[in-house]
Structures are given as C-alpha cells and as structure tokens.
Design a protein around this ligand. Structure first.
Ligand SMILES: Nc1nc2c(c(=O)[nH]1)N[C@H]1C(S)=C(S)[C@@H](COP(=O)(O)OP(=O)(O)OC[C@H]3O[C@@H](n4cnc5c(=O)[nH]c(N)nc54)[C@H](O)[C@@H]3O)O[C@H]1N2
Ligand SMILES: Nc1nc2c(c(=O)[nH]1)N[C@H]1C(S)=C(S)[C@@H](COP(=O)(O)OP(=O)(O)OC[C@H]3O[C@@H](n4cnc5c(=O)[nH]c(N)nc54)[C@H](O)[C@@H]3O)O[C@H]1N2
Ligand SMILES: [Mo]
Length: 826
C-alpha cells in the first residue's frame, strides 16, 4: 500500500499512531502520514481487508461531485485528483481549492446594523441593503440563543421556521440541517417542511399510484437494462449533466450505464424541448414537444396504443385498477374530446405521425422509459408521472427485464447495483416534542411567511400557516432555490429575525440579520457513503486544511448555542467529532460483519487513508424493479389501497380537487405558449439544472468562465427567436415578465425548440438596487421570473420549471456583476 507520499510531508500534522489503541482520544487532523515503521506495520495489517482501497496521492475527502484526494501544501489546498474507482470523474471536483480559499468566504460573525441597534424586527425592509457589524463569537452565540429562547417563550415552536431546506455539503456527521433540527427539537420544537424541491409533485402522486415514492428508489439494475432494453426513451432526462452530482458522494455508475447503451447501439429517443447534453452524447433521436405539454403527448401515445390494440389488456386487468374510468377520458366519452394523436399534436406541437410511430415503436420493442423530474416541477406536475406510469402499464412491461419505467436513472446513479456491506447512519435530529407543529410543504415557505393563518389544501388535509417570527437557515440558499424571488424578498420581511449559517456571502446570507461563518467540509473530519443507490463505498473525509478565518463547524456552533440554553449534554451526548465518527463507523462495521464483510477497527481505518469498497452480489446486477409484484401481485402487493397500480385513485377522487381528479389528465397550465399571457410573454422558460454547478454551489468559482456569457448566466435561444429580436450570440439580454427582470448572456443555438429559452437554475441573486422589489438581477437568477404557486392542491410541489417571459437586447446603463462580492463593510 502506497498511501504515504512525499509531496504531503511538508504539511503540519501530528505524527501517526501515537495511540493506535487510543486514537479516539486524539484530535483528528488531516490524514497525512509519515513513513513510519509502525505505519508500515499497519498498512501490512490492513492488507487482510480486501475491501480497503488506499488513496494514491492525497488526503481522502469528497463532495456531492465526487470522492477525491486533496493535495495540500503549506496549509492550502492546491489541487485534487479523483479516487481511482471513479468511472466518470467530474470536473467540478477541481474547484475544491477555490471553495476553501474563495474571496467571498464569510470571515467573521456579522449582524445587520439596524437589528443589532434596535432589536428583532427592526427595519426589515433593509434586509439585503443594511450595513453589517462584526461581532465576537461570544456575542453572536448569545444573540442566537437569546432569539431561540425569546421566540419559543413568547410565540411557541410554530413561530420558528427551521426547516432549512438545502443541499449543504456531504458528510454524515456535519450535516448542517440535521444538526439544526437536533438543536430545535431539544429547544422545544419548530416548524419544518414536507417534501422537497426536487420531486415535490412526483413523490406525492407516486405514493397514491404505486404505493411508494419511486423517485428515490432503486431502479432495475443497469446491467439488466443494457442487456435487455431494445429501446430507451429519455423523457425529460439530461443524465449526463444531472448524474455529475449526488446527494451522497456519487459512484458515477449511471454514466457508465449510458456509455454501455451507446456502445451496444441501443436505440435512444430523447423527448425534451432541448437537444440536451445527454441526447447529444448518446446520439439520440430528438422529439421536441412544446414546454409543459408532455401529458398531452403521452395521452396521444396512449390513445394510439388503445386504438391500434397494442395495449396489454392482460397486464391492465391483473396489475392495475381503474383503467376503464381513464378510458372514458382517453376516448373523450366524458368530455367529448378523444385524446388522439391529432389532438395531442395541437397541444404539444409534435406531429401526429411522430406520436403514433412512437407508440408503435414502444409497443413492439422491450422499452425502458426513463423520466427526469423537470417536467414535474411544473403546474399540475403530478400528471406527467401519473400518465407516464399509466402508459408503461398499457405497454405491460413493468417488472420485466429491461422494460417498464424508471424515475431515477438520471439521479445519483439509480440502477447502480446494490452492494452488500454496511451503511452509515448519520447523526440524528432527535425526537420532535409532542407539541411540534405540522410541517408545511417545502415550497410554500414564502406564502407561509407572508400569510400567517392562511389555510391551504395538502394531500387530503387542510393546513394552516403559523405566524413565523424566526427563520433559521443552515445549508440552503432560498434566495436561489425559491420561486418568484421578488415575492420572497417581501415575504422575508415578515419574520423578526433571520439567522443564516454559511461559508459564503450568498444572497441568502446577505438577506439575514445574523450571519455565522461556517467551515467547508474540507476543514473538518467526517464520513460519507459513496453511491446513493449502490451503497458501495464508505469514504473518510479527512480534514485537509484548518478552519478558514473565524469559521466554525455547524456542530460546534450549535453545541455552543445549546450550552447557553442549558442543553449541551443532550446535544453533544458528551461526544466530540472523533467519538461521533467512531460510533458511526462502528455501527456500519457491525452491519458489514453481519453481511460477512470484515472491516478493521475505526482507528486503523481512519489513520490509514483508505476507503471501503463493498462487494456487489451477482444477483443484484440483474435486479428488476417490481419483478416480485409482477411474479405474484397477491403475495407482493404494492402499497396502494388496492395493492395494484392505481390508474384511478379513489383516495384522490375522494379529495374532490378540481386541479387533480381521480385519473391522470391534461390540464392547461397557469402559463404556457397557448395561455393568455403568451401575447405579452411569448417565450416559455426552461430552468434546467446547471452543468457546471450544483444549484448555486460553485457559482463563485472559476468554473463560471466555462458557462458565463457577457459575465452573466447564459440563456439558450433558438436562432429564429434571437433574430426577430435582433439578438446575437454573446449579447447581453434582458429577460423579463411581470414578476421580475434579469440580465443574461445570449447563447444562440438550434439545440432548443423555437419558442422555448433555457436559463439554468442557481445563479446568485444580485439585485442592481439591493432591497428594492423588482430590481434587475445583474447575474441572472432565473427565479426572479418563475411563479410561486403549488403544483396542485394535492402535492403543493413547486413550479420552478415553468413561466412565460419576453427577452430583448439590453441597452440600459452598464451594470457590473457584483453577485460574488462581499458586502461593503464585511
Ligand atoms: N426555477 C427553479 N428553481 C429550482 C430548481 C429548478 O429546477 N428550477 N431546482 C430546485 C431543486 S431540485 C433544488 S434541490 C433546490 C436546491 O436549492 P439549495 O439546496 O438551497 O441549493 P444549493 O446551492 O445547493 O445551496 C446550499 C447552500 O448550503 C451552503 N453550504 C454548503 N455546505 C454547508 C455547510 O456545511 N454548512 C452550512 N451551514 N451551509 C453549507 C452552500 O454554500 C449553499 O449556499 O433548488 C430548487 N430551485
Ligand atoms: N450538474 C448538476 N447535477 C445535478 C444538479 C445540479 O444542480 N447540477 N442537481 C441535482 C438535483 S437536486 C436534482 S433534483 C436533479 C434534477 O434532475 P432533473 O429535474 O431531471 O433535471 P432538470 O435539469 O431540471 O430537467 C431535466 C430535463 O428535463 C427537461 N425538461 C424541462 N421541462 C420539460 C418539459 O416540459 N418537457 C420535457 N419533455 N422535458 C422538460 C430539461 O430540458 C432537462 O433536459 O439533478 C441533480 N443533479
Ligand atoms: Mo433537487
């Protein structure tokens, strides 16, 4: 094993193995190890564990974008290299040194001036525009603890919105959101959230239709798909981009799967208004529907299957309920409009013959329909998933090798075969106190802040918004992720206090009252799984550099606040970082032992700079989703009321929602190309996830040079749309509608359907006049243009992937981009 490397020896560090047996008592410093006789002895001892894989050059750590080895010199991270196992290393990892040493790190605890001088609730309209005052950590902790106590005491737990949605960083211990919830649960409870921004609509509808959320569940294994699928339909999937990052550390097996499909020559069709990166790479055929009209197109396919008698009646009878009721709708018996391919063409803009041919091709081949999530982040976003399952049921291939549908091939490498070993349990959020308020749907946050006491529908229930006085964010960026930023800006003025933990001066940090600087994951020790679905790896995350500036770990901040509230012992359980990691490791190792995989003791593992690669049982490479249900639906029923696929749901019908009836249906969305706004705002917005970022993360790194145009977020425009507006490639463009306006840089290309423009989510909000509602965003935050409504009464998912807008060449005064600058006196 050759993990001791000369390059690393100039980093200050303690010598290894002062206490092989007592390691837990030692501070864990960066995993750089001298050539030492005892160390050699350990590395020899570790050879008996075939699951261990040594690092080659640097310190093992990682991110949502991949596990890697960090090369450190003189206390600075200078570069990285991917771990040897990564089949598709992600260029985003190269940004780690820039994350650590970013110019816009928050250096010290800071408090907004008016809030500090006049107390909670002072001049909330100045959030984002006020001056900042540096305070000591001691004072900051006192202010935070004081606010929690005050708001709990005066208003109760419902007044604290500490949902804190966000992608934070990887690491099972330094999990900022869970750490926040842990404190809040101990301190009396809080208002949390339900669902997520990713699959808000899909996960609710799928629970009714398939009895499980489907979106985050293991998919038919890639080797099985590659072997058996004859046709792969990518419905709104840009896997080449979205597989770059995972919730845990990615194993990147999905990319290997797509590569294998291509090498085999499997036919691939991409249905997307954009000829996206994945379609290009796979050489896929491209069908480009109008934005937001997929349900109509799917209905056209379904109608063709039925009228051509290509549907699988036996499957429908044995495994589904309610097809007859759906059929009345499909054939137009209940509304007079048959959903024929011709009808569908008038809605989705795809020729009827193409729709018909697609139906015939799907029925005559072993077909795997892989669907992405962009099209459910829309008004009536429940319907594309419901209709897609209905279509797959009509094809009758669910549960067969290489057939059916999959809602996670594009995400975190769904379909990467599951390994056999142990799983790390993260730190726990603890138990919610009895009087804890009900969570609100995650994307209703602005509505909740602005309208205390308002009652909304949510999945068969009524929910009343609390009156929120304190918002606490640790690990998320609502000023990027939430729809209709100008509406959020106003709602954000309602609470008395906003506390944000951040490494960087994001827009959310800039709009807080109390800002606490936190470490990046490279400044602390942690453990993380690799492969969300395969659970194949356990990666150590060794601290690479000391905490920068005055930053502290979220855990240490919350522990200090807990101490002020008299909760320190309960919060820390008397354990420091090392002991928490040891406990997590030991639990994982015990599971692995149960699966007959031996692992070394924690201290040996930790000091060795190895990672763990668990074996994959052969059978798992051929695992097929829903095969057990198909084999025996009585013994292996779905978790639906009927135990079958619910093409008609009595539960949903019983809710009597006008915007989500008992069967899948086409609804005209709030905004679309044929809607009433289209005369003023003729273009349909697509807000895909960015190639060179994870949401807003890494926007403040040199990766921007790869995607920014005219120093702004790019807008992909069809040449015809550009020409009629006198816009040329590279021009600065103003994109606008009645909700907001942003500056973007033109990327003119035929890779997008005429009438649709793409501006990726995640650009940092940078208003030309901070604090002013409607000010133009100089960096191109697309959520200035989206609307903030729930997908429907059922799921209340967000509609981030939908809006009508207009664009024009920008000719106003020069507006330099200041998104990544620190506030004047910070
Ligand atoms: N219009 C539109 N909007 C969208 C989407 C869309 O498709 N269209 N997509 C939506 C989706 S699916 C999602 S998941 C959301 C994503 O929204 P977010 O998850 O909020 O986005 P991130 O940019 O990942 O924000 C994470 C923040 O946590 C900070 N952070 C990182 N590590 C730590 C840490 O250790 N401690 C603390 N305290 N902070 C840390 C980062 O600096 C960053 O500011 O956006 C949603 N918004
Ligand atoms: N590089 C990178 N990877 C990521 C992320 C990231 O920010 N960057 N984010 C991660 C997260 S949190 C999530 S939730 C997933 C998101 O995964 P997805 O939600 O699947 O990703 P999107 O890019 O929003 O959309 C996927 C595709 O759907 C298409 N699409 C949009 N609207 C429509 C429509 O109306 N009809 C059709 N047919 N297609 C449409 C888009 O053009 C795009 O090509 O990605 C994850 N992976
Ligand atoms: Mo997401």
């Amino acid at each position: 094993m050759t993990f001791f490397n000369d390059q690393q020896t100039n980093l200050s560090r303690r010598s290894l193995l002062k206490g092989l047996g007592a390691c837990a008592a030692l501070p864990l410093l960066a995993g750089l190890f001298p050539k030492h006789a005892l160390a050699q002895a350990i590395s020899t001892a570790l050879e008996q564990f075939p699951t261990l894989v040594p690092a080659q050059k640097g310190i093992l750590t990682g991110a949502h974008w991949g596990a890697f080895e960090a090369i450190v010199a003189d206390g600075r991270m200078i570069r990285v290299q991917p771990v040897a196992d990564d089949p598709a290393p992600n260029d985003l990892i190269d940004m780690a040194p820039f994350q650590v040493h970013a110019k816009n790190r928050i250096k010290y605890p800071m408090v907004r001036k008016s809030w500090l001088e006049h107390g909670p609730g002072a001049r909330p309209e100045l959030r984002g525009a006020d001056e900042w005052v540096r305070v000591s950590w001691e004072q900051a902790i006192e202010l935070v603890a004081g606010e929690i106590k005050r708001v709990q005491g005066e208003f109760g737990p419902q007044a604290i919105h500490a949902g804190s949605y966000g992608w934070k960083s990887v690491g099972m211990f330094h999990n900022s959101r869970t750490l926040l919830h842990r404190l809040m649960n101990l301190a009396g409870g809080f208002t949390g959230y339900a669902g997520d921004y990713s699959t808000g609509a899909a996960q609710v509808i799928m629970s009714h239709v398939m009895g499980s959320i489907e979106v985050y569940e293991q998919q038919t294994a890639w080797p099985n798909v590659v072997e058996h699928a004859e046709l792969v339909v990518l419905w709104g999937v840009n896997a080449q981009v979205t597989l770059k990052n995972s919730w845990n550390m990615p194993d990147h097996e999905g990319q290997a799967g797509f590569k294998a499909l291509k090498e085999k020559g499997t036919r691939i069709i991409s249905i997307d208004p954009v000829y996206n990166e994945t379609a290009k790479l796979a050489n896929a055929e491209w069908i480009a529907p109008n934005a937001y009209t997929d349900v109509a197109m799917m209905l056209g396919v379904a109608h063709t299957l039925y009228s051509e008698k290509k549907h699988d009646q036996a499957f429908l009878e044995r495994y589904t309920v309610g097809f007859d009721k759906f059929l009345d709708y499909l054939l137009g018996k209940d509304d007079g409009q048959p959903k024929s391919a011709e009808w569908a063409a008038t809605v989705c803009g795809v020729e009827a013959k193409v729709i018909r041919q697609l139906a015939l091709d799907m029925a005559s081949k072993r077909t795997m329909i892989m669907a992405g999530w962009g099209m459910q982040r829309q008004h009536h976003g429940e319907q594309p998933n419901w209709m897609l399952v209905t279509l797959a049921a009509m094809l009758g291939q669910i549960g067969l090798p290489g057939g059916g549908y999959g809602f996670s091939y594009h995400y975190s490498s769904g379909g990467s075969p599951t390994a056999k070993g142990g799983i790390l349990a993260g730190i726990s959020a603890g138990t919610a106190p009895q009087n804890s308020p009900a969570p609100i749907p995650v994307a209703r946050i602005a509505d909740c802040l602005a309208n205390p006491g308002k009652t909304i529908d949510f999945n068969g229930r009524k929910l009343t918004y609390p009156d929120v006085k304190l918002v606490y964010v640790a690990g998320g960026n609502p000023f990027h992720h939430h729809q209709d930023t100008n509406n959020l800006l106003q709602a954000w003025r309602k609470p008395q206090t906003v506390i944000v933990h951040e490494p960087y001066w994001t827009a959310t940090a800039k709009h807080a009252d109390i800002v606490l600087p936190v470490t990046t994951s490279y400044e602390r020790n942690d453990l993380e799984m690799g492969g969300d679905y395969s659970q194949r790896y356990v990666f150590p995350m060794h601290q690479c550099v000391p905490p920068q500036h005055e930053s502290r770990n979220d855990f240490d901040i919350f522990s200090a606040v807990a101490a002020k509230l008299g909760l320190q012992e309960a919060y820390t359980e008397g354990k420091d970082e090392t002991l928490w990691l040891k406990q997590m490791y030991d639990g994982m190792a015990a599971q692995a032992r149960g699966a007959k995989v031996a692992l070394p003791p924690f201290n040996m593992f930790w000091e060795s700079n190895n990672y763990i690669r668990f074996p994959i049982p052969e059978a798992n490479r051929q695992w097929i989703r829903h095969a057990d249900f198909r084999d025996n639906p009585l013994l292996n029923p779905l978790g639906t009321p009927s135990g079958k696929i619910e093409i008609f749901s009595n539960a949903i019908a019983g809710m009597s929602y006008a915007d989500c009836v008992g069967h899948p249906k086409w609804y005209e969305p709030k905004e679309w190309a044929q809607g009433e706004q289209a005369s003023r705002y003729p273009l349909s917005l697509n807000t895909s996830h960015p190639t060179q970022r994870l949401h807003s993360q890494l926007d403040n790194t040199p990766l921007r040079d790869k995607f920014a145009i005219a120093d702004r977020e790019a807008i992909l425009i069809h040449p015809d749309d550009a020409k009629t507006r006198g816009i040329q490639d590279g021009d600065l463009v103003r994109a606008f509608n009645e909700r907001g306006q942003i500056l973007v840089g033109a990327l003119v290309s035929k890779d997008i359907r005429q009438g649709v423009v793409r501006i990726c989510e995640g650009a940092w909000f940078d208003p030309a006049k901070p604090g002013e509602v409607g000010a133009i965003c100089k960096n191109g935050n697309v959520n200035c243009l989206t609307f903030d409504e729930g997908s429907s009464s059922l799921a209340q998912g967000n509609c981030g992937h939908m809006a009508q807008l207009q664009i024009e060449k920008y000719s106003g005064p020069e507006l330099p981009n200041t998104a990544h600058e620190v506030p004047a006196n910070a």
